[in-house]
Design a protein around this ligand. Structure first.
Ligand code: MG
Length: 385
């Protein structure tokens, strides 16, 4: 298949399951192109610039932030989509939107907010991404949120508890029936993993928290590194590192393309609905590369994400988020007028849980630096409120 040709099992604009609020089709764009464009124009997308991936935004200008991470996910996703005959623009839309609901301070922020919300239905950044595009963005006169197609929303909602699934209607059904999302959604999910595992090696090395010697025990890295070193013995360490990571990504991408092609050929899905009915995803790494990838993941977990300096930052971030949440929940007058009104209104219908949800939406939407600024405003006696 020529790259870019849509396969029958891909998502197609013409057979999209549509938008929650019906709209006339766009004149000069496809449906998924419109989704992608709406995501790029969203406030939540611009906020990703100042949200942590692993390193807090102010630690250095070259580290990944949520927005550069999302762009790398989209790049990897699009490459694989084109090679497999999947819808490249839908893949891109899902990749760009996948982290829209992320809290400030990366996973530390998400964990802290989830703890705060335990009695009020919990907080999950993946579900929050859907909430952002379905409800929280205010940009269009005729509907709340971005009114995206079912396929993009299906891709954003990667996982979901049975309880939440029941409340979500059609988009939650597949979790109850144990079905799959379309291939573009499966791909975006895997592209996310490929992107962060590889770029975290780069960011980790740049920060000095991990070093080249340690990485010699990680096969995926070591094999490529030795090959690059043998071929370019004079290359500077920076070039060696980047050439190695580039080759790692390339190896995994090629592996996903060939493995997935074979799985599609074996399953022979007629269309996207046949893909959805399968009991397991088709987009996948081979067993061999998955094992190597898991080894890299474990290495990053033990040596980077649990490094003293990262843990120190994590502990501080959790405290900041928890204290912000508690302060706003206890006194909604501390919120900007618009959010205060929303909180009071939600409380009349949903009780304290309703108020808490509005506070969680507000806190989750903050960038790292805004959250730190708000924390100073509320808790530092020297700062004027
Ligand atoms: Mg991500």
């Amino acid at each position: 298949m020529t790259p870019g040709t849509l396969a029958p099992y891909a998502a197609h604009d013409a057979t999209s399951r549509g938008r929650r609020y019906p709209e006339a089709p766009p004149e000069f764009r496809g449906e998924f192109q419109r989704d992608r464009d709406r995501i790029v124009h969203a406030n939540a997308f611009r906020r990703l610039v100042y949200k942590t991936q692993v390193f807090v935004n102010h630690e250095g200008d070259l580290y990944r932030t949520r927005v550069t991470h999302s762009l790398e996910v989209a790049q990897i996703g699009r490459t694989i989509a084109a090679a497999l005959g999947l819808h490249e623009t839908l893949t891109e839309a899902i990749c760009l939107a996948h982290d829209l609901g992320h809290t400030p301070f990366g996973h530390a922020g998400q964990d802290a907010l989830n703890e705060c919300m335990r009695e009020y239905g919990g907080f999950e950044h993946n579900l929050q991404s859907l909430r952002v595009v379905d409800l929280l963005e205010e940009r269009y006169a005729e509907f709340p949120g971005l009114n995206l197609t079912f396929e993009t929303r299906e891709g954003i909602l990667k996982h979901c508890s049975a309880n939440n699934a029941r409340e979500l209607g059609d988009i939650g059904e597949r979790f109850l029936r144990r079905e799959q999302p379309g291939l573009e959604a499966q791909l975006a999910n895997l592209a996310d993993e490929i992107a962060y595992n590889n770029h975290d090696v780069d960011d980790g090395l740049r920060s000095g928290l991990i070093d080249l010697a340690q990485l010699q025990d990680v096969a995926l890295f070591a094999v490529e590194y030795r090959a690059v070193l043998a071929r370019y013995p004079q290359a500077t360490p920076r070039r060696l590192t980047h050439e190695t990571i580039r080759r790692m990504i390339n190896r995994i991408v090629i592996d996903v393309i060939t493995t997935t092609r074979a799985r599609i050929a074996a399953a022979q899905p007629r269309d996207i609905d046949a893909v959805r009915r399968l009991s397991s995803p088709l987009v996948s790494m081979s067993d061999e590369v998955r094992a190597l990838h898991l080894e890299l993941k474990r290495f990053l977990n033990e040596n980077l994400y649990r490094h003293d300096r990262v843990i120190g930052m994590t502990t501080k971030s959790r405290r900041v988020l928890r204290e912000l949440f508690e302060a706003f929940l206890a006194d909604v007058n501390l919120l900007p007028a618009e959010h205060r009104n929303a909180a009071l209104e939600a409380e009349t219908t949903g009780g304290v849980a309703g108020r808490a949800r509005v506070v969680a939406d507000y806190v989750a939407g903050m960038t790292d630096r805004f959250a730190l600024g708000e924390h100073r405003r509320l808790f530092d006696p020297d700062v004027e409120a």
